[in-house]
Design a protein around this ligand. Structure first.
Ligand code: CAO
Length: 441
């Protein structure tokens, strides 16, 4: 059986009417699912749109210079064999791809936003990478130039483009390498960072592991590649400090369980995460510098409360965002986090469901651990890590009482937040969780 499938531009976030700058396939080509079809470029970024299905290209519906938006038809493919799978949406290329893969960007195109059953799809936001950040910061360069840069180990975000709209050309990469070598670096990225400062580090060790035993080599998932690049940037560029505290959630957990018994019939489940989001919003209102982003020498204070939460998926970490969490009740927050976490696991989150976060929560409480250092999700300035609650003996002035204690690990950007402010924020949060009635004060 064969059928013709139209491949359209999927949900590409806030980007509308973007120019087609490259067409990577021709009529008659046999293409694989997830192969890049076209490159589009906005004022700030370029991204590749991949195929949602494999087959033979029957007709091209775009030409160079066309402006496309979500839903614009790209091409027709004749699919041989079973029904085509729906597919994920494209992800912006990370500023610095973590691995020399041809296109760590892509994710299949689909008429419906991000609908996909394919296992390995991209979420630009993966771990602590706000979905729209890489788009904003992306250097302009064609896939071939990006490939060339990757081969040389050049970080394109450090290269000045001389092409139209500051597009980075192959010659710019060559000039960058020449300059790096002439200023004493032995490798543009691997060994030393060129003039302009930065770290001087050893190259990554190259080891033939087979000398020591049997191995298996597996490519990283796209989510891991994109999140890895973002985590790396955030870890290196943000001076992190983590403040650890504990909250007495004995009463709150009792309330949660009681509500869940009461709601058993309806199936609605109240989660600790929902209470945490509610309490975090109250703490952000009291300490607005935590609901902020650095923009050069300015601090941008946000008057909205969109809270991201890390969700563990089979392909890596993603951070769905609850919009306007301040306007939602605990039951609504619980239902929405559960729905978004489900979509995340199925790879069906759209870019817009991962954008605009003000503050993130990474809850490992259901799994275990006592404390950890969450990495801040730039351009946010703080993140709350939550570990497993445990019964502990707590001194009440007369004796030790068994209390359920929840560990709170608050990582903050020390350029914006002082240690004392972080301690106050975390202590305030712990106080709210210990006595949830304070939320209404
Ligand atoms: N302490 C003890 N138990 C906890 C807990 C905590 N802090 N938080 C949740 N639990 C328990 C719940 O009570 C529940 O147990 P029951 O099924 O017996 O009621 C179980 O853990 C699952 O909890 P949940 O359904 O409420 O889910 P959750 O809110 O814990 O997690 C989500 C939702 C999306 C945050 C989670 O699935 C997830 O993906 N966590 C991983 C996040 C992550 O990877 N962060 C790391 C980022 S840094 O690399």
């Amino acid at each position: 059986m064969s059928n013709i499938v139209e491949i359209k531009v999927p949900d590409i976030g806030d980007f509308d009417s973007v120019e087609v700058i490259e067409i990577l396939v021709a009529v008659g080509d046999k293409i694989e699912a997830e192969q890049s079809l076209i490159t589009v470029e906005s004022d700030k970024a370029s991204m590749e749109i991949p195929a949602s299905v494999g087959g033979v290209v029957k007709a091209l519906k775009v030409k160079l210079g066309d402006k496309v938006s979500q839903g614009s038809e790209i091409l027709e493919v004749e699919v041989t064999g079973g029904a085509p799978k729906a597919a994920p949406a494209p992800a912006p290329e990370p500023a610095e791809p973590a691995a020399p893969a041809p296109a760590p960007v892509s994710a299949p195109a689909a008429p419906a936003p991000m609908a996909s059953s394919a296992p390995d799809r991209t979420s630009p936001t993966a771990a602590f990478a706000e979905a729209d950040m890489p788009l904003r910061n992306l250097p302009h360069a064609s896939p071939s130039v990006r490939h060339f840069a990757r081969e040389l180990g050049v970080n394109l975000s450090q290269v000045t483009g001389s092409g139209p709209k500051n597009r980075i050309m192959a010659d710019d990469v060559r000039a960058y390498v020449k300059q790096a070598l002439s200023t004493g670096g032995t490798s543009p990225v691997g060994s030393t960072v060129p003039a302009g400062g930065g770290f001087s580090v050893l190259g990554w060790p190259k080891v033939d592991f087979t000398k020591f035993g049997e191995i298996e080599s597996k490519p990283l998932s796209r989510i891991k590649k994109i999140s890895g690049a973002n985590l790396h940037r955030n870890w290196v560029m943000i001076p992190h400090v983590t403040n650890n505290d504990v909250a007495d959630i004995t009463e709150l957990e009792a309330l949660r369980q009681q509500l869940n018994v009461e709601n058993k019939k309806s199936g609605a489940k109240v989660t600790m995460l929902a209470f945490l989001i509610k309490a975090v919003v109250a703490a952000l209102k009291k300490y607005p510098e935590f609901n902020a982003s650095l923009d050069g020498d300015n601090l941008v204070l946000k008057r909205y409360f969109h809270i991201g939460f890390a969700a563990d998926t089979p392909n890596g970490l993603v951070v769905p965002v609850i919009r306007d969490a301040d306007k939602k009740g605990v039951m609504e927050l619980a239902a929405e986090t559960s729905e978004l976490a489900g979509l995340a696991r199925e790879g069906k989150l759209s870019p817009s469901q991962m954008q605009g976060g003000c503050f993130s929560i990474s809850s490992l409480g259901g799994i275990g651990g006592t404390d950890f250092t969450p990495i801040i999700n730039a351009p946010e300035v703080a993140i709350l890590g939550v570990s497993r609650s445990a019964m502990q003996p707590v001194w009440d002035g007369k004796g030790f009482q068994p209390r359920l204690m929840l560990p709170l690990s608050l990582s903050y950007d020390h350029r914006v937040i002082d240690g004392a402010a972080a301690a106050r924020f975390n202590a305030y949060l712990a106080g709210l969780l210990a006595d949830f009635r304070r939320i209404i004060l």
